[in-house]
Design a protein around this ligand. Structure first.
Ligand SMILES: [Zn+2]
Length: 252
């Protein structure tokens, strides 16, 4: 039988009937796909261990009409350390759910998969406070979707932005010469710099900085406005997050 091999991560796994599981896998080659793992609930099934969320590796699939059947998998990463800690796993599950929302079928999933993988590694290794990882990840999902705040130049005078006010109405910012405090969310020079960094840094350098608390708060207020506008549903795994459970914000 013809098979294809894809590289990806299991985003979700749901029991179907007595013995099968339906997986959603984010893949490099085909974006988000549905995969049936037949017999994965049977004891001693070789598919059982690989039919779990967070499992990352290469998957050998048999194409079906509207989905795929899983034949085998070579696992590169189980995220064991993450799944053994409830608080880390809660963030991980929320990040998987968001990746499912932002990913598309029959599209290149490389960037999203890299972002998700490195984000989960950052949570697992506690590279930064969990809420800061979440902030960065959420901004970068919007970047991947091509919809993110324009904070590089002033929307009025077009000069490079170093300080100013973010306006949801225009999805951009005005500089401190063109705007007033009536013009939205104040972004200090540190906040502008941090936000520009988050939006543009190479993914391998995303989770290596600290923010002062006031900067974090400003970026979060902008992000919350953005999410209210662009996310059209709630995420059930968000309820499990406990922002105080992992190390707190440090000063830069
Ligand atoms: Zn200006």
């Amino acid at each position: 039988m013809d098979t294809i091999t894809v590289t990806g991560m299991v985003l979700s796994s749901m029991a179907v009937g007595e013995t099968d599981r339906r997986l959603v896998i984010l893949t490099k080659e085909q974006g988000r796909i549905s995969v049936f793992a037949r017999g994965a609930c049977r004891p001693r099934s070789s598919l059982m261990a690989v039919s779990r969320p967070f499992v990352t590796g290469s998957f050998v699939l048999i194409p079906r009409k509207d989905s795929f059947s899983l034949q085998s998998a070579a696992v590169k990463e189980y995220f064991d350390e993450l799944t053994r800690d409830f608080d880390k796993m809660a963030y991980g599950c929320y990040f998987l759910e968001l990746a499912g929302y932002f990913s598309m079928e029959q599209a290149d999933g490389t960037d999203l998969l890299n972002l998700l993988f490195l984000t989960l590694k950052a949570v697992e290794k506690q590279q930064m406070p969990a809420e800061l990882i979440r902030l960065v990840y959420e901004y970068r999902l919007f970047v991947a979707a091509g919809e993110y705040p324009q904070v590089f130049t002033c929307s009025s005078c077009r000069k490079p932005l170093t300080e100013g006010w973010f306006q949801m109405r225009t999805r951009s910012a005005v500089c401190s010469h063109c705007g007033t405090s009536m013009d939205g969310e104040y972004l200090s020079p540190s906040a502008v710099y941090a936000l520009q960094h988050i939006l543009t840094a190479p993914v391998t350098k995303l989770y290596r900085f600290r923010l002062a608390e006031d900067v974090f708060d400003a970026l979060q207020r902008v992000l919350n406005q953005w999410k209210r506008r662009y996310l059209d549903r709630e995420f059930k795994s968000e309820a499990l997050l406990s922002p105080s459970a992992l190390p707190q914000m440090g000063k830069m």
